[in-house]
Design a protein. Structure first.
Length: 117
């Protein structure tokens, strides 16, 4: 059974930084074969895609986080990180790690990020 476990959320002031980590286990195939994504969901909003690392090695970002967030994957450790810089109050949300295996979506439990002074 695929499991995704996020860590690293917390409270940070505007302009600050946080790094989220996601550890994957129970994968049927090698980690490098999976697209790994970070989503977020703020209260009252739909879940939105933040960044994706494709199995082909490309990384794509939502326009709202380009230049501020960096997604890094570590295939030897089955982990993917999201480095978040210059955080804004509108980045406040629960952040979820996501992958897909054999047409089935897997989500982590989510980690809260709050940007507030």
């Amino acid at each position: 059974q695929v499991q995704l476990v996020e860590s690293g959320g917390g409270l940070v002031q505007p302009g600050g930084s946080l790094t989220l980590s996601c550890a994957a286990s129970g994968l049927r195939f090698s980690f490098y074969a999976y697209a790994m994504s970070w989503y977020r969901q703020a209260p009252g909003n739909q879940r939105e895609l933040v960044a994706t690392s494709t199995s082909g090695g490309n990384t794509n970002y939502a326009d709202s986080v380009k230049g501020r967030f960096t997604l890094s994957r570590h295939n030897a450790k089955n982990t993917v990180d999201l480095q978040m810089n210059s955080l804004k109050p509108e980045d406040t949300a629960v952040y979820y790690c996501h992958t897909r295996q054999l047409n089935y979506d897997y989500w982590g439990q989510g980690t809260q990020v709050t940007v507030s002074s």
